[in-house]
Design a protein around this ligand. Structure first.
Ligand SMILES: [Zn+2]
Length: 58
């Protein structure tokens, strides 16, 4: 049940929101794209406390 919330905990330093941000992972191809609509990217998390990055699906 806490699965979604858990991903907002930095695995490196244990920081939580608001230090942890969810951002688009533009190093990977978009999940969905098409003319006239915004691209959907995979999400990754970035810790602004220690600069660690990790994938949402890890
Ligand atoms: Zn961190």
């Amino acid at each position: 049940m806490a699965e979604t919330t858990r991903k907002f905990v930095c695995p490196a330093c244990g920081a939580t929101k608001p230090f942890v941000k969810e951002v688009d992972d533009k190093s990977r191809p978009p999940i969905m794209s098409g003319s006239g609509m915004a691209n959907f990217y995979h999400k990754k998390f970035v810790c602004t406390n220690c600069d660690h990055e990790w994938k949402a699906e890890d």
